[in-house]
Design a protein. Structure first.
Length: 367
């Protein structure tokens, strides 16, 4: 039922993962923990589609907002290269932000979800999300909901478009192109924003758990447009660049990225960027109740979530990003590890997902 590698002492963790499939709590999933480039755990199993095709070593799946953590590492690299500056006004990079209602917004306000441009105020469709220029035009002509820095609202769908457009204007490359260049190709990993056609057959089909709890307002950060699992299974979605929510990857690749990133911090390996830049990027930007999520969140300067619960393990120094449905990735600098979980059985609520929490509690009990 499951395949991959697991150090013998972590077999109790493997047993929990295996039981998910035996008890039908999972359909297909992967779970990985890497330390200094070597796996402690690298497991995968179940089925990637309704034809009972096995989830394989190279199977990838839509990881939704766990994508944000990966492109925030790209932002960190660009800060290290002095291409981006957290303290610069967005208008320095993007002329449309010179309008009076946007000119005070800094790069750090968007990254840490304090810009006020956290939702689409006009009704849009899933098809609209595929049209980059249309979405950018909407955001350029939209007034913020509040003064920058005044409140925190999670930019569920707007975040990747805003950051992606800033990056396009400064590097002449898309976020998907930079992830390919600086992470996937450089490190030999499978992480894509805009999945290439030669990878489409590796994508796992998404299935939704039907115990959904609806979020009330039609025009909040999450429901415009409404999530549509059927649309996310279409090739048009998989090959487009919607950076906030359509990265496709597996646990191995995400865990390796966080492992390399955290060891640039603690071992000063400088594979991706310098220790000093990582420390700056991981500095807390704001800690308060996020009014989209209605939860207290600690955001770093680049938008990585600073640990506030068991989703990122036991140690308070951990950081990363989770996504709608249950996928996530994080790093624990105390242990020097990168951790990730990906799944095609979508938990549609915004609550913490017990699948990863159960695995992490057992892992930290053993370690």
């Amino acid at each position: 039922m499951i395949n991959g590698y697991c150090e013998e002492k972590y077999n109790p963790v493997k047993k929990i993962f295996e039981d998910y499939f035996l008890k039908h709590e999972e359909i297909g999933a992967s779970f990985a923990i890497y330390k200094e480039g070597k796996p402690l755990i690298d497991l995968y199993g179940g089925f990637k589609n309704k034809n009972n095709k096995n989830w394989e070593e190279n199977t990838i799946v839509n990881v939704f907002s766990a994508t944000k953590g990966i492109y925030e590492i790209i932002v960190s690299i660009l800060i290290d290269q002095n291409i981006l500056d957290l303290e610069k006004s967005v208008s320095y990079y993007w002329d449309a932000f010179k309008k009076s209602n946007k000119r005070e917004i800094k790069l750090k306000h968007i990254l840490s979800h304090q810009s006020g441009i956290y939702r689409f105020k006009e009704k849009i469709t899933q098809e609209d999300l595929l049209d980059w220029n249309k979405i950018i035009n909407i955001l350029e002509n939209q007034e913020p909901d509040h003064l920058c820095g005044e409140k925190t609202y999670y930019h569920a769908k707007t975040h990747g478009f805003l950051i992606g457009e800033i990056i396009k204007k400064t590097t002449k490359k898309s976020l998907g192109e930079l992830i390919s260049e600086l992470l996937s190709k450089k490190l030999g990993l499978d992480f894509f924003i805009g999945t290439p056609k030669n990878q489409l057959s590796n994508i796992a089909f998404l299935y939704e758990d039907k115990t959904e709890t609806k979020i009330s307002s039609e025009f909040n950060a999450f429901n415009n447009p409404q999530h549509d699992i059927n649309f996310y299974n279409k090739q048009d979605w998989q090959t487009a660049e919607i950076p906030s929510m359509n990265g496709h990857s597996n646990a191995r690749s995400i865990a390796k990225i966080y492992d390399i990133f955290v060891n640039d911090l603690i071992l000063e390996k400088n594979i991706l960027l310098s220790k000093s830049s990582i420390k700056k990027c991981l500095t807390e930007s704001i800690s308060r109740v996020d009014e989209s999520l209605m939860l207290p969140i600690r955001w770093s300067q680049v938008g990585l979530i600073l640990r506030g619960g068991w989703l990122f393990g036991k140690n308070k120094e951990s950081f990363g990003h989770n996504g709608w449905g249950g996928s996530l990735g994080f790093a624990d600098p105390i242990l020097g590890i990168g951790v990730a979980y990906t799944t095609n059985k979508i938990n549609p609520t915004m609550a913490s997902d017990q699948r990863i929490i159960n695995l992490l509690k057992k892992f930290y009990e053993i370690i």
